[in-house]
Design a protein around this ligand. Sequence first.
Ligand SMILES: [Zn+2]
Ligand SMILES: [Zn+2]
Length: 748
Amino acid sequence: MGGRVQGVGYRAFVFNLAQQYRLSGVVQNLTGEVRIDAQGETGLLDAFAAALVSAAPPLSRPHVVSCQLIPLREAGDFEILPSAESLLAQIHVPPDNFLCEDCRREMLDPEDRRYRYPFINCTQCGPRYTLITRMPYDRPNTTMSDFALCPACLAEYSDPHNRRFHAQPLACPVCGPQLDFVAVHRQANENASRDAALASCVAAIRRGETAAVKGIGGYHLICDALNPAAIAQLRASKHRPHKPLAVMFPWQGEDGLQRVRDELQLDAVAQAALRDVSRPIVLIPRRADSTLPDSIAPGLNEIGTMLPYSPLHHLLLDSFAGPLVATSGNISGEPVLTDNAEAQARLGKIAQSFLHHNRTIARPADDSVLRVIDGKPRMLRAGRGIAPLEIDLPFALPQPLLAVGGQMKNSIALAWDKRAVLSPHIGDLDAPRSLEIFEQVIADLQQLYDVKAQAIVCDAHPGYAGSRWAAKQGLPLHRVLHHHAHASALAFEAGLEKTWLTFTWDGVGLGDDDTLWGGETLSGRPGAWRRVASFKPFRLPGGERAGREPWRSAAALCWECGLDWHSSVRDAVLLKSAWQHGLNAPVTSAVGRLFDAASSLLGLIDTASHEGQGPMLLEAAATDEAAQHDLAMTDLPLHKNDNGLLVADWTPLLHALRRDEVPVAKRAMQFHLSLANLIVKQAQRIHADTPFDAVGLTGGVFQNRLLAELALRQLAAAGFEAHLPQLAPCNDGGLAFGQLMEAAHRHG
Ligand SMILES: [Zn+2]
Ligand SMILES: [Zn+2]
């Protein structure tokens, strides 16, 4: 058997299944695969073989590698043989798991020896990726090697009938990790350990303080989600005035979702996503009567929601009995902090107390983030519980490839033979700690999967930290255009055999004409993209600063059209002069900057405090349903330029946005409708000349649910098959995977 069959209780499952069907034989771990020899009655053997897949443990993903008849042996017991090396190693690194129901029941049972033990786990739950130091996945190769098993745990570990048979992170209050509470601004006598540590932490949160709590993939900064003063204090000290904060809800009611239901509008898809074993953050619309303060997600309609996933989180939320803000314990844009001393040193100005534990985190894994768009959960950030995301390829690579991703929202990917692996979200590569983790994850993934990259793929932008790192490695280097990577990632998951027309709309990425692309429509397939449509280019005053200052994009559009830009921003006059002379004013066609401009022109924002703030506010402001039926939607003219490129003119949009007499909600809705309409119009025009099988929508702009759903609906109505990424993020978090796909098809 192959697939995910190690570290998930599969051998014990086979052993017990064989006994149930009265078979004799053996089960053995080979590196990455499981060998099973079985003999018995034909009917029972057939049932056994079927159950090997259909009744497998929830965390396993087994598939049959090969099946053959073996000579009859002397009947005897069914045995588990010691692990052996296999020549054809297929290593699977399991992601971190939630707390299973069986363990949760034990944890809440006063008679159980693990009552209220925050590190309880079994073969079906508990951390994996963040504590594995090397493969094969055995206890000495994890950060649990520091903890010697007590006799009671050892007995469970050694008994194939026990549900903790070979559970590598196995622990109990006698022999396992423990909590440690440290109050940094108070007397030392408030420090506490074990259950008292948890109680002290809850008391601190009740007082309105921020606590840094060490979890599975790193620290969270935690405060009372119903206390506006506590949220304000956290925001002020973290210098995060507006970025939406995630909320963890206590597990209440039959399905654990009762408390979530009180605050948010839960549909079936969101419910399933929240309860998935990966326990991601899911963006969910709030109810009109929600008691959550607006300051959790200022100006937005959705709350990043998650359920407790580790036993520690369950205990914490049960004790607190209310929702808690749980945001990444990091410095802006960096990977989440994992080390006790480093967390205390770097978060000491934000958190008044720390709930540490002494189980070492081998590498960070931030929480995953999903958003339901067009009825399906879409990955916005792959992290804890999901990554390393292992993907089977429908083709074999001639040599192992490493892709280093983009500059922002970086993740990396590794591919060899017929497999690819996407790393968890790392962060923005402009900080030293991000680069450090970037290098560690690159080294770790190659070590864990026992693969050595023979070539590297990076973004075409030579200034990206990943591209600079790649150029120094002495390996063959393939540079892939930013938007080609986006398009190839989507083509992989939605149909490599198709001919695509893919809209790659995002912030800025370097194009092959040295301008900053971001509103490109590409025709073709991985390895053979042709740019067929774009937007009327404009000059961005201040270059990169425009990404954080939406007013610059608004000013640029006005100036391009010879209109005045009235701004309270002081240096606007100086800036216009520089812009007129083309100083630090690169040419771009980025739709992300059109969203920025619109958000500023509607008076929603001038300067953003986090990436994507303008577009998020614009989407949230577009609440005028009536506008959807309004025929006054703005039509954007298309014309072919000298190079045969179909160029969309945004000028009418600018005029519509400046009509101050029209309510903001209506103008915001019209902006989205106009762009969705443009997508269909472009697709129809291009299809007449250059037929294609399907339309793709990808790039960071399509994290916008309103735009994506309008476009998908209108494309379907016009008879087009249309796709939006689901597996890998449509934002730059999916770039590394797209780089792999693009490079593989150029050379394969
Ligand atoms: Zn469990
Ligand atoms: Zn023990």
